[in-house]
Design a protein around this ligand. Sequence first.
Ligand SMILES: Cc1ncc(COP(=O)(O)O)c(C=O)c1O
Length: 385
Amino acid sequence: MKKIDTSRRLKAFPPYLFAEIDRQKSILRKKKIDFIDISIGDPDIPAPKAVIEALAKAAKVKVNQKYALDQGKSALRAAIKNWSKKRFSVNLNQDTEILPLIGSKEGLIHFPLAFVNQGEYVITPSPGYPGYKSAARFINAKIYDLALLEENAFLPQLSKIPLSVRNKAKLMYLNYPHNPTTALAPKKFLEELVSFCSKYGIILAYDNAYSEVYFNQKPLSILQIKGAKEIALEFHSLSKTFCMTGFRIGWAAGNANFIKALLKVKANIDSGIFGAVQEAAITALKTQEKYVSNLRKILKDRRDYFVKNLKAAGFKGIHSDSTFYVWTRIPKEFKTSIDFSTYLLTKKSIVATPGVGFGKHGEGFIRFALTVDKSSLKKVFQKLK
Ligand SMILES: Cc1ncc(COP(=O)(O)O)c(C=O)c1O
């Protein structure tokens, strides 16, 4: 039979970072090696009980077993509107400015299909969530790596983006609280960002998946910034806020034309979000404020413990301002982040994520995810001795 090849587009994709880590984990499993997995942002803590009950109850209702309306239930959009008002004092029109998603990744990755033409630039943070680059690759867009450097508190220097890129850029992804560096964006920077994007007509896809995973400083919504609704779409996720990663639900909010265009893309791709999952999300948004503040307490305790012990173990350049990650420089004796993560995996049975996996500016760092309990975190330091 004639050989059937994958597309040139797909061939150009590097292995998806977490798929590669998964492959390494399955090798450890096959060898029956007990390992500690602090590589991926998938919390160990169960989703709220009331949310699971709402899901189970709603699964029995016939209407939820049918194709869901592509714009999401009106009650869900109302819950998102009220949550956004309460949390950020942002006013949204639930019919035109909110779109529920099958997880924020789904929306983030489909969004450029609505606006970016082949050969135009998509600006992506480096280091940053790998999905943004995948989105650009799917549509043969050009990628401009926006460096987020430690000396700039992991905020980009917009003035360094060449004019040729600014003029041909259609979309910029940014994400604060930032995965993987844990950095937060101050209001002044967000104002600068909105005015930059407005000036050059660059759509801002602002990924706020970690808006509720903070310790001291409360993260902002881009929609709190004057003029943002003209140029931005903000993406939210229930995955991290309510430990609902497997449920697959999030939303986009902001500019009505962007929402309309994303809905048109989605209407041609998916057939809505399982109605029972939408009901679960309504329960989460309406009733689980206490769960989220308790989650923050648990994560803060883990973070304080982990950072204290990293310092004691001699690590330098430790960052842990928000999210449930710790981003730190690799020890001097290792040349690259892959060398260090391979050492951790093969010699210490610890799975962590090499910084370079998030983009070339992540080289020299490693990311630990505090998504295991404290006793497992204790074992990390016993193993590191
Ligand atoms: C920065 C960032 N954005 C988006 C996502 C996707 O989240 P979900 O699709 O589960 O909503 C993740 C997941 O790890 C993330 O780290």
